[in-house]
Design a protein around this ligand. Structure first.
Ligand code: ADP
Length: 222
């Protein structure tokens, strides 16, 4: 498929399907998908100082400091072209201002902002049922797929685990942080770039959402 939009942000609460949709869009349109959460988890798995510092925040359901998030995304941008699908960045208005400044300086502005909106009850249901492959990062609804911790990932054979922040305690903290820090980012882009901002109901089926997002990525306008 041909993408009209080359620089895209996917915003939304935990379990809104940002990662899954970003993956599908990335494959369909050939735009690199970048998740700051995944970048931080990979640093942590390799035991780097940055990864270990990040883990001390993420395991408690807290955001890593802005400086750290900006550092990992800047490193990614330096090694890649001006095309991206960001999932999980920016997560605070400070990060959004950093990103806008860097993109303005390079004359490569954001072209599409998608807000995947989901109710808190559905967020709880999905997160506490979610299993993640420790090797490839693919996520599965445990009850939907009849899977449990320790099963083999159907995609790559890796171990299915419960992420250390997919617990009741960390989730209530993540939701508080989401309301306080990330919802303002949604308002920031809705006000700043209303013509490229789109809200999509993340409670619908994954295929329907993908059709909607694909139409937005291919559309010549907005
Ligand atoms: P989810 O969307 O399910 O919360 P992510 O993989 O996007 O999962 O993020 C996992 C964790 O990584 C977050 O809870 C947070 O601690 C950290 N993180 C990811 N992106 C950022 C960011 N842009 N700024 C600060 N912390 C981040």
């Amino acid at each position: 498929m041909k993408a009209s939009k080359q620089r895209i942000l996917l915003l939304g609460p935990p379990a809104s399907g940002k990662g899954t949709q970003a993956d599908h869009l990335s494959r369909a349109f050939g735009i690199p998908h970048v998740s700051t959460g995944a970048l931080l988890r990979s640093e942590c798995a390799r035991g780097t100082p940055l990864g270990l510092e990040a883990d001390s925040w993420t395991s408690r359901g807290l955001l890593v400091p802005d400086e750290l998030a900006v550092r990992v995304i800047t490193a990614w941008m330096a090694g890649n072209g001006p095309r991206f699908l960001f999932d999980g960045f920016p997560r605070t208005t400070v990060q959004a201002e950093h990103l806008d400044k860097a993109l303005d300086a390079a004359n490569t502005p954001i072209e599409l902002v998608i807000f995947l909106d989901l109710s808190e009850s559905e967020i709880h249901r999905r997160i506490l049922d979610r299993l993640t492959c420790a090797a490839c990062g693919t996520t599965f609804g445990g009850s939907l797929h009849g899977m449990k911790i320790g099963d083999a990932c159907p995609s790559c054979g890796g171990d299915l685990i419960r992420r250390n922040d997919d617990t009741e305690e960390a989730l209530s903290e993540r939701l508080r942080v989401y309301r306080e820090s990330t919802l303002p980012v949604v308002t920031y882009y809705r006000k700043k770039n209303p013509s490229i901002f789109h809200r999509v109901d993340a409670g619908e089926g994954s295929d329907e959402i993908f059709q909607k997002l694909s139409a937005l990525v291919s559309a010549d306008k907005g």
